[in-house]
Design a binder for this molecule. Structure first.
Ligand code: FA5
Length: 345
């Protein structure tokens, strides 16, 4: 029978450590670990076979095996940390951001030309003491027509075809004038000086100057002794501030059921300078607003005594004003969402 001998743990240790010198990657390190510290490695086999050794050499063998394992484990940890560090440095180097490269410019948004123009209008009227008053886009027949002195079957309704909702009597407002009733009912019997901006909707032919959806800015002033001269002065001053002091304007008599007397204000056509073109329908003038003295029926509907109070109102189309100011020859550009148009402003 052969004598049981101590396994050659010194060679296992030396072999393991020298093999580790050649290891430079995580993958090779994993292979090394299996070979030198795995279940079938010489050191681990020696440790698991300790029980079979004679008692007299077992303690010595155990001590040597443990020392070899500890030495290999310590070397493994050290190598593992070194490889991690190397990997980190390589990643940092490879992924380095070159901060000297010029950045990609961020595309900045801007206000829509219609909104820019609305803000100019708010500004002009704010200087004249007008506050902004908001009223709903979705209206009732009562507010959009009845209370504005336009009863059912009144021929004036033909000027304001609109979109009706499935709820009877509920529609998209055709103009901002119903806001007059909202403002009066909220403020009566105080005097009023407000503008009412917002989107309006009409079921009508789309042309270079007419859309089915467009903004209006309504104006309303109610008080004692408000006259047509106040109306004319306010609107003429407004036109000068928007278009410049030399702008030519004109008032034409007109008809609205909710004002008496009524007028329309035109501004000289920007495109043809008054000679006549397709935008101004050869008139040389472009209508920008309707206006007049608030009808007594409307004043009473708003809660004011027409014997004591009077007022003026106007409703303008800011898109048409923007067309004049910016020389835009087709209103359809406004809601066409074409950035080539929008980027110009
Ligand atoms: C009205 O809507 C009246 N509510 C205005 C008013 C208010 C009169 C207060 C008296 C007192 P009109 O339908 O004319 O009136 O429209 C007023 C303005 O809105 C027009 O001058 C025009 O600038 C603009 N507008 C009207 N229809 C369109 C359209 N389809 N597209 C673009 N702008 C329009």
């Amino acid at each position: 029978m052969t004598e049981p001998v101590l396994p050659d743990l010194e060679s296992a240790r030396v072999d393991g450590l020298s093999a580790l010198i050649e290891v430079h990657t995580s993958e090779n390190l994993a292979l090394w670990k299996t070979a030198h510290l795995g279940k079938s490695s010489p050191v681990m086999l020696a440790l698991s076979g300790l029980g079979k050794l004679p008692a007299d050499i077992r303690p010595r063998a155990g001590q040597l095996a443990n020392q070899a394992r500890q030495a290999l484990e310590a070397a493994y940890e050290e190598k593992s940390a070194a490889i991690r560090q190397e990997n980190l440095l390589r990643t940092l180097e490879d992924d380095r951001v070159d901060i000297t490269l010029p950045g990609r410019p961020a595309r900045r948004g801007r206000l829509h030309p219609a909104m820019q123009n609305l803000r100019d209008i708010y500004h002009v009227f704010a200087e004249m003491g007008f506050q902004v008053f908001r009223s709903p886009d979705v209206e009732t027949d009562e507010y959009n027509f009845e209370l504005l002195n336009i009863p059912a079957h009144h021929p004036a309704r033909d000027m304001w075809q609109t979109f009706y909702t499935t709820r009877p009597g509920v529609l998209l407002r055709t103009h901002t004038s119903p806001g007059q009733i909202w403002a009066m009912r909220e403020r009566a019997p105080e005097s009023i000086r407000v503008i009412l901006p917002g989107m309006c909707y009409r079921y009508e032919q789309i042309t270079t100057r007419s859309e089915i959806q467009f903004h209006q800015v309504e104006g309303l002033m109610v008080g004692r002794n408000v006259t047509f001269a106040d109306l004319k002065g306010t609107l003429t001053d407004f036109a000068r501030r928007m278009f410049g002091d030399s702008v030519r304007t004109r008032f034409r008599p007109s008809y609205f059921p909710f004002t008496e007397p009524s007028a329309e204000m035109d501004v000289e056509c920007f495109l043809c300078g008054g000679a006549g073109c397709t935008v101004c329908k050869n008139a040389g003038w472009l209508e920008i607003l309707g206006c007049g003295m608030v009808h007594p029926v409307v004043l009473s509907n708003g809660g004011y005594d027409p014997e004591i109070f009077s007022g003026f109102a106007f409703g303008m189309g800011p898109e048409r004003i923007t067309m004049l100011r910016r020389k835009i020859d087709d209103i359809r550009y406004f809601w066409g969402n074409d950035t080539r148009f929008l980027e110009q402003f």
